[in-house]
Design a protein around this ligand. Sequence first.
Ligand SMILES: [Zn+2]
Length: 368
Amino acid sequence: MIKIGTAQSTPGTIQTGHYEAFTHPTGQSEFLPVVIAQGRAEGPCMWLTAGIHGNEHAGPALIYELINQKLVDHLQGTIVALPLLSPAGIRTMKRIPYHDQTDPNRLWPDHSEEVDETGDKPPPSALEKTYARLFDQIAKTADYLIDYHNYSIGSLSFALQDPVFYNADEEAETNHARATKLADQQAQLLAAYGHTIVREYAAETYLKAKLHRSTSAAAMLLAGIPAFTAELGVGPVPDWNIVQAGAAGTRNVLRWAGMLRNSPEPITGIPVVNPGYPVRRMRTPRVPTGCAVLFRVAAGDKVQKGEILAELRDGWGRPIDPPAMHAEHDGFVIGRAHGIFFNPGEAILSMAIRDDSLLVLPYPEKQS
Ligand SMILES: [Zn+2]
């Protein structure tokens, strides 16, 4: 039996309920919709979360497409789905909800307990406290977790592979073994999902951007739950091929976890890129001067270092110096930056570039 908010699992059914979040200053209460789908046979518990960024609507759509009675009839175990982690953001179609000026996908708990001796630091927001409470439920009940997001207009569907940090303290050896196992389990989840796999930003950038406090990273790093973030292409106008392929990939993960018995489905209708070597995401290349960009590559294209990616023009359309941008790395294109006009130093593409670095590594000293 699993109970999240007012939703309580019942074998063979889909149950719904409310998870009370917080009360707005105007008296209305904010709640998160909860769906619990439980098979008649016992099995693991998979959490599916979405809608933490309010302008990313493919994740909720995927969850609504995925969970139905036919799935439950074949399910072994339980799916706990929270399709709308940031209801205010969803209502206004904004990445960041108006009542909390922080990226909500950086608000989950982490390993550090910051002490503020000045008293100047504001206390955790209502949303941060909500996620801290919900995190306890995840830690208690989840065996696996997938958090759905969107990337940019026209981008590939892909899944993110995280660096797995461990504390290099007196328990370093045990911690390292645990982190290695977790990284291996995440790799298996990603392989089962079957979409393009891209590693996260380099470790230093990852921590600086607080990506270790994302939904899936917190589940991994703090609760030891194998998890990943799925990026489902464009957010505000979801691509239904990607939504369907994401649902198929999720059913494949359920099969991998032993929660569905039939054989894996092919991932169709979307490009799946595998260059034959590991890649990480990077915003590159960056224009040296303000200019207009005429793209010569598109999402999914494999590129080699030195290849022309775009030609550069001024506002009148005249070639400038340098006349073109070249690939600085081997890899492939995840998606173009929006628009064609760029300021100096702005990146024109999201690329997946070759990356052979270690995925399991100790927290930098100031982090531990
Ligand atoms: Zn997102």
